[in-house]
Design a protein around this ligand. Structure first.
Ligand SMILES: Nc1nc2c(ncn2[C@@H]2O[C@H](COP(=O)(O)OP(=O)(O)OP(=O)(O)O)[C@@H](O)[C@H]2O)c(=O)[nH]1
Ligand SMILES: [Mg+2]
Length: 456
């Protein structure tokens, strides 16, 4: 059975102060005023009834219900799901992740829980694939982005004209349980880098997971080593508050036990004549809720039973406030102007609008200049190309003319040669025909002479 502490921390503080002001058995109230404030102390002569204010506050909160969001950051298989099941005494769904995820992801599940008449909307967000990549440089990024996304969603709701914050499902992370592997050596650089990136955004509670894997003496040294590494690297972990005197002592003691060494198990074993959550080994049994065996009870006490409200409050007043401030400053909102006068929303809006319009104009001008410059460059390029083309054309024209002249000269000389040849040919033919004629008359003469000599 899980017990939620109602009233919350603020209400407890309010109630305590009230008790101081109204001595039991007195029908009237001593109304005090703080020094320097301009109000008078007046006695009441009868019961008025505003002493029920804390009760009204508690009733309202109980009727409305509570929400609590836990982020479990830790390597695959370190016992995140088992610890959540053990802490809340139930079985949440959740399949084991594989070790072959290409990157880190976050898985979120929301559950409605009820204990006595208190309703709790619990969201458990777990890392999937954390520590499984060869290059772990960016492993923290999806976690930071997830936390910021929840802050951003809340801020957007706050900035709406019609906002419904009382009904809003607040998904901002209230507690980050950081699971440290039970190596017994020291923190891994992945742990240090991730915690350092998260410490200004979320309440980090470091825990040594599967602490049944470390011996008692090793565990003491391991805790000291982890604490000194966190300090030397400037990692701010969540400190249980000691300003509320009703819990100051227990919280102070518990701060010295951090990081809690936890063991998770949903298995119930009979020990003596009682059923207890435990893990059974060949050599014996380790009891989850036995403070001599591990710090599970301390964690449950601190996280759920004593400081749940402080974790919620710190998330809103410290981490969300920081996110909101940075975001609003980024958007140009300021509380005071350069003369330390309050800045009105209207002025801020107008200043931002003018700044935006100025920037827009500058950008437009720059773009216009760039356009003109580009056109000029293109024009020059085209002119250069045109000039080159003209030169090329002239060159080709000249070349063509030269070629043409050469060809004409060649043709003329060929024509001359042809004519000369023709003349030579005609002369040769004439000579040949003359020779043939001369040869023919001689043959005739010889035939005649032969004939004449034959008759003789
Ligand atoms: N020895 C030991 N084993 C544990 C402890 N807590 C869980 N386991 C075992 O470790 C294994 C993984 O536990 P899970 O709770 O699934 O771990 P997980 O971190 O949720 O794993 P993923 O979601 O897959 O990253 C299971 O076999 C659990 O029984 C523990 O405190 N000590
Ligand atoms: Mg799991």
């Amino acid at each position: 059975m899980v017990f939620f502490h109602a009233p919350n921390r603020a209400e407890r503080v309010a109630t305590r102060r009230f008790v101081v002001l109204v001595p039991p058995g007195h029908g009237h109230c001593l109304v005090r005023r703080a020094k320097g404030e301009g109000c008078r102390t007046v006695p009441l002569s009868g019961h008025v009834g505003f002493d029920s204010l804390p009760d009204q506050l508690v009733n309202k909160s109980v009727n409305h219900g509570f929400c609590f969001n836990i982020l479990c950051v830790g390597e695959t298989g370190l016992g995140k799901s088992t610890l959540m099941d053990t802490l809340f005494n139930t079985k949440f769904e959740g399949d084991p992740a594989s070790h072959s995820q290409p990157g880190v992801q976050l898985k979120s599940s929301t559950y409605d829980l009820q204990e006595s008449n208190v309703n709790l909307k619990l969201t458990i967000v777990s890392t999937v694939g954390f520590g499984d990549q060869i290059n772990k440089e960016d492993s923290y990024k999806p976690i930071v982005e997830f936390i910021d996304a929840q802050f951003e969603a809340y801020l957007q709701e706050e900035l709406k004209i019609k906002r419904v914050l009382h009904n809003y499902h607040d998904t901002r992370i209230h507690a980050c349980l950081y699971f440290i592997a039970p190596t017994g050596h020291s923190l891994k650089s992945l742990d240090l880098v991730t915690m350092k990136k998260l410490d200004s955004k979320v309440n980090i509670i470091p825990i040594i997971a599967k602490s049944d894997a470390i011996s008692k003496s090793e565990l003491t040294k391991f805790k000291i080593k982890i604490t000194s590494e966190l300090v030397s690297n400037g990692v701010q972990i969540y400190q249980f508050p000691t300003d509320d005197e009703s819990v100051a002592e227990i919280n102070g003691t518990m701060n010295a036990h951090l990081p809690f060494a936890v063991i998770g198990s949903t298995e119930e074993l009979k020990i003596g004549n009682k059923m207890m959550k435990a893990r059974q080994y060949p050599w014996g049994t380790v009891q989850v809720e036995n403070e001599a065996h591990c710090d599970f009870v301390k964690l449950r006490e601190m996280l759920i039973r004593v400081n749940m409200e402080d974790l919620r409050e710190q998330t809103h007043t410290r981490h969300y406030e920081l996110y909101r401030r940075c975001k609003l400053e980024e958007m140009g909102f300021k509380d005071t102007d350069p003369d330390s006068k309050p800045f009105s929303l209207q002025e801020t809006y107008e200043a931002k609008r003018n700044e935006f319009l100025g920037e827009l104009q500058k950008k437009e001008e720059a773009m216009r200049q760039m356009f003109v410059q580009r056109v000029k460059e293109k024009e020059a390029e085209l002119k250069e190309a045109e000039k080159e083309l003209h030169e090329k054309f002239d060159r080709l024209k000249k070349l063509h003319q030269d070629e043409k002249k050469k060809l004409e000269d060649k043709k003329k000389s060929l024509d001359d040669e042809v004519n000369a040849f023709k003349q030579r040919k005609t002369a040769a033919e004439l000579l040949q025909s003359q020779a043939q004629q001369a040869g023919g008359s001689q043959t005739l003469k010889r035939d005649k002479e032969r004939k004449n000599s034959g008759f003789l």
